[in-house]
Design a protein around this ligand. Structure first.
Ligand code: GDP
Ligand code: MG
Length: 438
């Protein structure tokens, strides 16, 4: 029965659930947006189905329209699909040599990206050596040398008459003797997928201990980039991808498809021809770029902060009735953490300033300690702080692994906060904002 009751309340509070019609209508637009952004048809189809399954029946957040709610889910799913977080190139410890092989079609941006990555590694204290293995175009070796010089990174070259695999072997040996700890191999691309190219890469992998094979693909080529990534992954095996030329006007849907097709992370994105134009890949930024619904996503973000305001108003009511307990304190602290730190929040509260100075003691680093203390309290103690006598405080201190003086300090701060908040009208954000429309 209690579960039923809970559901009734849930429904009363929310605007209901997403119906199949809501979801279908919104997903029609999403589908168009993804196809326009060069996400491959197969990936779009699978993606839409996954979102549909997840979305139908979900509660609509109180400050969102059903359409916005679907977009919110779409955005989350895209981020999840692209890996949820940024990934770095895996490097061995500095006292060993990490061998990185760069692969990709001609013109994708391998040689340029190698110089960019070398610069990044150098600034991290690594000592990279670049191995010139594009033996088919004499200009390619020169290009690598020029880029290497710009970055202050040595290039190992043996001209155009040795097999790439032998150049790599010699380069790794050279690295070992001269204190280099990363070798980046600049391989030769071809205009199209080509047996010779693949075999050359496979031969290197079979004869040298390649730690990371990084594929470079041109985002402007859209679907082709995805096919190329699939083939390289099947034939040679790749560990990560760099997506170049995202400074152009492509929306970059290839990023979504590549991850879906290869299962390999995108590490960096190329944002220009300059050697500093290499950026970390952020799935959330990429998702909103691909979706091309920046405005709506901003609206959704705002709406989400409205939800936080709803919570704040609830808190304010509690304060007035003096029901404010440690659980609420913890809740509030977590919200502060989420929103980027105490100082920022103080700045956002009207009429705060000097009176909040005593809260400064709870800097963001100390929050974990505070959390530990509160979590060591019994539920009764949390809702009813007045019962905290010395023996209870002692037990709490032991549980949290802190000195009892820390517990005393927190209780005092809590009481001050509670008192202060009771005196402050409209403290927690005041009147509600407007509801967004989609
Ligand atoms: P490779 O054949 O794979 O070695 O490709 P290159 O490194 O020679 O690059 C081919 C062309 O693409 C060059 O003109 C580069 O300046 C350019 N390029 C590489 N990366 C980017 C990028 O992220 N943005 C832009 N706009 N151009 C790039
Ligand atoms: Mg090249």
């Amino acid at each position: 029965l209690s579960e039923k009751l809970q559901n009734v309340f849930k429904n009363l509070r929310s605007k209901g659930r997403l119906t199949e019609d809501d979801v279908k209508a919104a997903l029609k637009e999403v589908k168009m947006a993804l196809l326009e952004a060069d996400v491959s048809f197969k990936v779009v189809k699978e993606f839409i189905k996954a979102v549909q399954d997840r979305a139908v029946g979900q509660d609509v957040m109180s400050s969102l329209t059903p359409g916005q709610m679907v977009i919110k889910i779409v955005n989350e799913e895209m981020v999840r699909l692209m890996g949820s977080e940024t990934t770095e190139i895996k490097l061995k410890p500095s006292n060993e040599i990490t061998v990185i092989m760069m692969a990709g079609l001609q013109g994708a941006g391998k040689t340029t990206t190698i110089a960019k990555i070398a610069g990044k590694l150098k600034s991290k204290g690594r000592k990279p050596l670049l191995a010139a293995c594009d033996i088919y175009r004499p200009a390619a070796i020169q290009q690598l040398q020029i880029n290497g010089q710009k970055q202050g990174v040595e290039v190992f070259a043996m001209g155009t008459s040795h097999k790439p695999v032998n150049i790599v072997k010699a380069a790794v040996e050279h690295a070992g003797k001269n204190g280099f700890n990363v070798v980046i191999i600049d391989t030769a691309g071809r205009l199209h997928i080509d047996e010779d190219m693949m075999n050359e890469l496979i031969e290197i992998k079979e004869n040298v201990n390649v730690d990371q094979t990084i594929l470079v693909v041109d985002a402007m080529t859209g679907q082709d980039a995805v096919n190329v990534a699939g083939m390289f992954n099947d034939k040679v095996g790749i560990d990560g991808v760099v997506l170049t030329k995202l400074d152009g006007d492509t929306r970059g849907g290839a990023a979504l498809s590549i991850r879906a097709v290869t299962g390999k992370p995108i590490l960096y994105i190329g944002m220009g021809e300059k050697l500093s134009d290499l950026e970390q890949f952020y799935p959330d930024r990429m998702a909103s770029r691909i979706l091309g619904m920046g405005d709506i996503l901003t609206l959704i973000e705002k709406a989400e902060s409205e939800v936080d305001k709803d919570k704040a108003r609830e808190l304010e009511q509690k304060l007035r009735k003096a029901q404010f307990g440690f659980d609420d304190f913890l809740d509030q602290m977590n919200q502060i953490k989420k929103m980027g730190g105490l100082k920022d929040i103080l700045g956002m509260m009207p009429g705060m300033g000097a009176q909040m100075k005593n809260l400064d003691a709870i800097d963001d680093g100390a929050m974990d300690k505070v959390e530990a203390i509160i979590l060591s309290m019994t539920p009764k103690e949390r809702t009813n702080p007045d019962i905290l006598n010395p023996s209870r405080k002692n037990r709490i201190a032991k549980g949290a692994g802190v000195d009892i003086s820390e517990v005393n300090k927190l209780v005092k701060q809590f009481e001050q906060t509670r008192k202060m908040m009771k005196q402050m009208p409209g403290l927690m954000g005041g009147k509600g904002g407007k509801k967004g429309k989609f």
